[in-house]
Design a protein around this ligand. Structure first.
Ligand code: KIV
Length: 254
């Protein structure tokens, strides 16, 4: 798609229902992000997500997604300890979910691990910039690469990931100019989130773009629906009708 000049559309999905809906909407890639640990489970970060959780949700999304590329996030500590553990855990995700690829966070330091995975046939999507599994080391959810030194490090990381065999790289919270330079320098596509318009594709968390997660309002997010308000209104109306005795009516009864 990059070679053909087509922009890649990616969105998260955490279950079979939304997997089917995003697939039917025509996205190119569905990502089972470890953000599910925050969005679905209410945890403060992605750090406590487990391999079992990612496999459980990955299997569910697999049942809904027929056409789009399915990528599954590897959770914190499932791929950093050793290459052997990374191969075993990424292999489990591929075997047990039926996904076509895994995504893992980190730059040049992950190159050897990525090489080992690619060598045994596991396609890997990289993820640099704001890497949420390193939120404490980064001092918060902040834009990365604002100064020359960190921008150059990001560019070197992107190159190292491409050389290691990644088929694509997520750039998260990176200035648009830096993301544009990286996208131009790589043959593989970049997928941006909070990284401006010059990436080869974009990804958003589905619950954010649907306005379901309405407590989360980062600058980069555009809401395409306001479903949190719809849910409150619908459930409120249901509750009022049950309490008022107007639901169920004769037409809903046997
Ligand atoms: O976990 C996730 O949902 C992600 C995307 C935001 C890129 O990594």
């Amino acid at each position: 798609m990059k070679q053909a000049g087509k922009t890649i559309v990616c969105v998260t999905a955490y279950d079979a229902l939304f997997g089917r809906l995003v697939d039917e909407a025509g996205v190119d890639c569905a990502l089972v992000g470890d953000s599910l640990n925050q969005v679905l489970c209410g945890e403060p970060s992605t750090l406590s997500a487990t391999l079992e959780q990612m496999i459980y949700h990955g299997r569910a999304v697999r049942r809904g997604v027929q056409r789009a590329l399915l990528v599954i996030d590897m959770p914190f500590l499932s791929y950093q300890v050793s290459r052997e553990e990374a191969v075993r855990n990424c292999g489990r995700v591929m075997k047990e979910t039926g996904a076509q690829a895994v995504k893992l966070e980190g730059g040049a330091a992950m190159a050897d691990t990525i090489r080992a995975l690619v060598e045994i046939g596991i396609p890997v999507m990289g993820h640099i910039g704001l890497t949420p599994q390193s939120v404490h080391a980064l001092g918060g959810y902040r834009v990365q690469g604002r100064d020359d030194a960190t921008a150059q490090r990001l560019e070197a990381d992107a190159k190292a990931l491409e050389e290691a065999g990644c088929f694509s790289i997520v750039l998260e919270l990176v200035p648009a100019a830096v993301a544009g330079r990286i996208s131009k320098a790589l043959a593989i596509p970049t997928i941006g989130i909070g990284a401006g318009a010059h990436c080869d594709g974009q990804v958003l968390v589905l619950h954010d773009l649907l306005g379901l997660n309405d407590a989360f309002e980062p600058k980069f997010l555009k809401r395409y629906a306001r479903l949190a308000a719809d849910v409150r209104q619908a459930v409120g109306t249901y509750a009022a009708e049950v309490r008022g005795g107007t639901y169920p009516g004769p037409e809903h009864s046997f």
